[in-house]
Design a protein around this ligand. Structure first.
Ligand code: NDP
Length: 337
């Protein structure tokens, strides 16, 4: 049983030495337990938060503890009445080959699911995040302008496509020309701008001819700075993530801009609402599952995965994701094949 543990808490951007690969015996299930074999491991930005012991909405991973994460597993053996060998399940067994579960954290996926890994992305946590954040907090209306950052990741790509279904003018923000091309040509966004461009502020101004009604915030930093002056009165900002800040060890240099931010919130009467998907919306999962499975089945929402083979490559892939190296939902195919 290979497993990847947190070797030490990162200082700034994580490095490979913050993780450690260990080998342990495969555990034996007791009465009421299932033994899971991980097929797919989801790598998500929130894991950077779990590596830190700063106060947050969830407990950190302990040093020497197995890194947490959503997984799609096969039941290897079962002493639980509801689970049988070879069944597929969605679980939360972390960065390891095998894990035990009492069943409480599992969602059955059947014996022969079509795209089992989609339960970690479009049909799972990131898709749900996009759906609730945009529809409940963003309140999109036809003709409004929606700006979405990290536009080709599983959350952003889904936000923008739902925005199009709701009749919005959708402007993505992504890193590099290839991602921007994909957002326009495949995802159907009206525009997509490269946040690395030196004239990004000016480009955003040029394409937001009617201002911005919804900014789906996943990034923070420079992208937010460019968005703020373009917001319309009564604009909504679902604050989903701030990935450009996750590796920061101190506040940025420069003048304190808090009073300008608060002044804009007041004068423009902005709604700025943070959310943590399962804590705030867990009770509405069924609404999402019904709508999204239909949209995906009809081809109205497209989905791209970035698959990396082998559990041992998870640290490197995770470190890369925080810099934008992934193109689509980052998933580890745990067994090299
Ligand atoms: P993504 O695959 O979109 O996340 C990684 C992407 O973030 C990178 O590919 C990169 O895209 C972008 N990025 C990284 N650093 C920067 C930077 N400095 N400036 C601009 N963009 C950057 O992951 P997800 O879709 O899973 O997550 C998107 C966001 O949603 C994250 O902030 C995450 O924390 C948040 N989230 C929040 C949840 C909640 O409950 N509140 C639940 C799930 C996700 P690019 O190359 O295009 O810049």
């Amino acid at each position: 049983n290979r497993r990847i543990v947190l070797a030490r808490r990162p200082q700034g951007a994580p490095v490979s030495g913050d993780f450690r690969l260990e080998t342990t015996p495969v555990p034996e299930p007791l009465d009421g337990q299932v033994l899971l074999r991980t097929e797919y491991l989801s790598l998500d930005p929130y894991m950077r938060g779990r590596m830190s012991d700063a106060p947050s909405y969830a407990d950190p991973v302990e040093v020497d503890g197995v890194m947490v994460g959503g997984t799609v597993c096969r039941v290897e053996s079962s002493r639980h009445p509801d689970y049988k060998a070879d069944q597929w399940v969605l679980g939360y067994s972390g960065w390891q080959d095998y894990a035990l579960s009492d069943g409480a954290d599992l969602m059955p996926l059947g014996y022969n699911p079509k795209n089992p890994s989609h339960a970690l992305g479009i049909l799972g946590m990131p898709g749900f995040t996009a759906y609730m954040g945009l529809l409940d907090i963003g309140q999109p209306k036809p003709g409004e302008t929606l700006v979405v950052a990290a536009a080709t990741g599983p959350v952003g790509a889904t936000v923008g496509q739902i925005g199009k279904l709701k009749g919005c003018h959708v402007i993505g923000v992504a890193g590099g020309p290839e991602k921007c091309k994909y957002a326009k040509e495949i995802l159907g966004f009206d525009e997509c701008l490269d946040h690395r461009a030196v004239d990004f502020h000016r480009q955003l101004k040029n394409v937001c001819t009617k201002g911005i009604d919804i900014y789906f915030e996943s990034v923070g930093g420079k992208v937010f700075d460019a968005v703020l002056p373009r917001l319309n009165t009564k604009a909504r900002i679902p604050v989903c993530g701030l990935i450009s800040q996750y590796n920061a060890t101190q506040l940025p240099n420069g003048p304190d801009r808090l009073s300008r931010l608060m002044g804009t919130i007041l004068v423009k009467r902005l709604t700025v609402q943070g959310f943590i998907i399962f804590d705030d919306y867990g009770h509405r999962y069924d609404e999402f599952a019904k709508d999204m499975s239909q949209w995906v089945a009809k081809g109205e929402i497209k989905y791209r995965e970035h698959l990396v083979d082998d559990l041992e490559n998870a640290p490197e892939a995770f470190i890369g994701m925080l810099k934008g190296d992934n193109f689509g939902k980052l998933v580890i195919r745990v067994n090299d094949r």
